[in-house]
Design a protein around this ligand. Structure first.
Ligand code: NAD
Length: 481
């Protein structure tokens, strides 16, 4: 066993928990082992749930101001260790180091924003039909929250869920994704250092779907918040049915990027490139399909291809524009989608260039690829790609673009570039998506509400609406003589 490689521990009941079985976590840029993930057992999982259950009454009764203070302290710890966490994210997930630093900052901001909400936990007093009676509507934490995260933002998604769940008074069992578990395991150790009571923040790892399913169906867990694929979301929905589990599912997307004839083309190209290729195309609100007004399509595509061709790809620690994809399976999936698009008649405008070699020869690379579709039913315009590939379709006008954008089972995000005030005013009613980017690239903010419509999810996260999702409500009819 190579002693330079760290073996990580889970955090259960405030203690580091080691396992006898481990899984090697590899760097997607090189294939090198970067750490050993503990393979938690069913007993570990039950212990984590029991610890969270035992800690719940005390944590729920802790004054909001104290929970706020502790959550701010976790955020400060994360900032203190930001370089270490960023390097860990880059090593396990592959995003360029600059983007990993941004992810750490987002993780800390999710926690500190949630902490700032502690002083705004409130209820309502509603007028009663009866004399000498008041109706009080209160918020209560649910109890034990299960957080299941995707691999594309392992630290930010952990902070996004942990912050509001804990500040609301719930206790947490986080299952860090088995492809990118190390940053989540590290965060839990930091949380312990600031004095979070034992059992409030537990982190387990192991066989994801098996462990996740057990956490969903456990009678001792109260709410499940999951970010991931539609496939897993459906499984969780079904598994949660027996116990009527409260679910928040943040699932996939297929964001349309609409550019009208009156748009600022340079701004639209910059935004479209950033929205497609950041994190190697592995962002849920990524630009996934482009609808271009016929009058500007040629000039847009010429500039889009030129800008895409200039993107750099290589050692993520040197901060190129693109790192690798997460896994060989994902590379194969993207390659198969490009082949399916070509078989459906899509024209390749930019075929991916050479892949990095030498120390990076074993990495999971896929170079940026641009196509143009002739048929609105092309698989590349229909299914989530989640990689550095994009196809465009020409349209004749706004209404056609909107109709094509809405004709998708996904409803997470949509983009529109136009200088026409009437179209901008019509867009929110016309575009059936939970998140709109009007004349701007992606990048949600902690005070917004990140929510998917249709098959993109149930629930939503961030801001006041996301925070509210971590409370159950209670109505008390209170009379006096
Ligand atoms: P995934 O569905 O494979 O896994 C997500 C989590 O669910 C993991 O923790 C996994 O272990 C767990 N899981 C998987 N199957 C399970 C089951 N049957 N029962 C219980 N738990 C189970 O997702 P992924 O591949 O990590 O993520 C990629 C997807 O996530 C993409 O579709 C992307 O669009 C989506 N995503 C959505 C958002 C959002 O906010 N809407 C954000 C990031 C990523």
């Amino acid at each position: 066993m190579n002693d330079q490689i760290k073996t990580y521990t889970m955090t259960i009941g405030g203690k580091p928990v080691a396992t006898s079985e481990h899984k090697d976590i590899t760097n997607p840029a090189t294939g090198a082992v970067v750490g050993r993930m503990p393979m938690g057992s069913r007993a570990d999982l039950d212990a984590a749930v029991a610890a969270a259950r035992a800690a719940f009454p005390g944590w729920a009764a802790t004054p909001d101001a104290k929970r706020k203070e502790l959550c701010h302290a976790v955020a400060a710890k994360i900032e203190e260790h930001s370089e270490e966490i960023a390097a860990l994210i880059t090593a396990e997930q592959g995003k360029p180091i600059g983007q990993a630093r941004g992810e750490v900052a987002a993780c800390a901001e999710f926690l500190s924003h949630a902490a700032s909400g502690a002083r705004r936990i409130s209820g309502d007093i509603v007028a009663s039909d009866n004399r000498n009676e008041e109706i009080h509507i209160r918020r209560h934490p649910y109890g034990v929250v299960v957080a299941l995260t995707a691999w594309n933002y392992p630290a930010a998604l952990a902070g996004r869920k942990a912050g509001p769940a804990l500040v609301a008074g719930n206790t947490l069992v986080l299952m860090s994704h088995e492809l990118t578990p190390l940053s989540g395991l590290f965060l839990a150790r930091l949380a312990e250092q600031v004095g979070l009571p034992a059992g409030v923040f537990n982190v387990v790892t192991g066989r994801g779907p098996t462990m996740g399913a057990a956490l969903v169906s456990s009678p001792e867990t109260d709410l499940v918040t999951m970010t991931g694929s539609l496939r897993a979301g459906r499984d969780i929905y079904a598994a949660g049915a027996a116990d009527l589990k409260v679910l928040r599912l943040e699932l996939g997307g297929k964001a349309p990027f609409i550019v009208m004839e009156d748009a600022d083309i340079d701004a639209a190209v910059d935004a479209a490139v950033a929205a497609r290729f950041t994190n190697c195309g592995q962002i849920c609100p990524c630009n996934e399909r482009m609808y271009l007004h016929r009058a500007i399509a040629d000039s847009f595509l010429e500039r889009f291809v030129a800008k895409t061709r200039a993107l750099t790809m290589g050692d993520p620690m040197q901060n190129p524009d693109l790192g690798p994809k997460i896994s060989a399976v994902e590379v194969d999936k993207v390659a198969a989608m490009v082949a399916a698009g070509r078989a459906a008649g899509d024209e390749v405008l930019l075929a991916g260039g050479p892949r990095p070699d030498g120390a990076f020869a074993q990495g999971h690379w896929y170079a940026p690829t641009v196509l143009e579709s002739r048929d609105a039913q092309s698989p590349l315009l229909r299914d989530e790609i989640f990689g550095p590939v994009i196809s465009a379709l020409r349209v004749d006008g706004f209404d056609e673009a909107v109709a094509l954008a809405n004709a998708s089972r996904f409803g997470l995000s949509a983009y529109l570039f136009t200088e026409d005030r009437h179209r901008l005013m019509r867009a929110p009613a016309a575009l059936k998506f939970g998140e709109l980017y009007l004349n701007r690239s992606n990048g949600e903010q902690v005070q917004g509400f990140h929510t998917g419509w249709r098959h993109s999810g149930l629930g939503g996260e961030d801001g006041a609406y996301g925070f509210d999702g971590y409370f159950r409500k209670q109505t008390a009819y209170s009379t006096w003589a």
